[in-house]
Design a protein around this ligand. Structure first.
Ligand SMILES: [Fe+2]
Ligand SMILES: [Fe+2]
Length: 227
């Protein structure tokens, strides 16, 4: 458990340059929001301040290019694979050989991206409560929220609701996930059959690793091609 915590902490510190700057920005923004909230009570220009904050938020959302978003998502998937491999150690499954991941138009790429991301959310939601170690649950939850950010962004990008499931996401069953990803698996390369019962944390994390490998290779192939 301590090891896992250390891995999480090391990964958190890993991109410290960028993250420190982002954190500083966030702190400034939190401070500004607090200031705006105080102003709302004490000054007549409160409405203006709140409007400015909203305007800044919408401007910053528009400033993130689709290209930047896909590069960010790709980096996250890479980190998820590395994290699960490090966590599982020698028990980590080998990387399967995938097929049909190469996309021929940016539209089909975006559509398959959002399908994978939404499956990822449902898969982690299915898996997390079955994990027996609290450290594993913490790690899976922190990846679940990232998959949900990816899915929400991509859903909105194509004009869908941020959450097609409304206020509460739904787990996706193991058999449905297997059905969804099977068309992309050429060979398991000696790894465990994803359709088999997941009996312990190692099985569950290896199942997650299969999905992360899939997403990772999908973005590795297509992001440089389209963005
Ligand atoms: Fe991921
Ligand atoms: Fe993702």
């Amino acid at each position: 458990m301590d090891d896992l915590h250390n891995i999480i902490i090391r990964r958190t510190q890993h991109d410290n340059g960028e993250e420190d700057r982002a954190q500083a920005k966030l702190s400034r923004r939190s401070f500004f929001l607090r200031s705006a909230a105080t102003a709302a009570i004490t000054t007549p220009i409160a409405g203006l301040l709140v409007a400015q904050t909203a305007h800044a938020a919408s401007r910053s959302a528009h400033n993130l290019s689709v290209s930047d978003a896909f590069h960010e998502i790709r980096k996250d998937e890479d980190a998820h694979v590395a994290f699960l491999k490090a966590t599982l150690g020698r028990a980590a499954r080998p990387k399967p050989r995938f097929k049909n991941l190469q996309q021929h138009s940016s539209a089909s790429f975006v559509n398959l991206s959002l399908a994978f991301e939404n499956v990822g959310v449902g898969a982690y939601l299915q898996a997390a409560p079955a994990l027996s170690s609290k450290a594993h649950l913490t790690a899976a939850s922190s990846m679940l929220t990232i998959e949900a950010r990816h899915a929400g962004y991509l859903n909105a990008l194509v004009g869908k609701l941020i959450s097609p499931n409304g206020a509460f996401d739904r787990p996706i069953s193991q058999s449905q996930i297997v059905k969804d990803v099977l068309p992309f698996i050429d060979n398991l390369n000696g790894g465990p059959d994803p359709a088999k019962a997941l009996k312990n944390d190692t099985d569950i994390l290896n199942f997650a690793l299969l999905l992360e490998y899939l997403e990772d290779e999908f973005y590795d192939i297509n992001v440089p091609k389209f963005y």
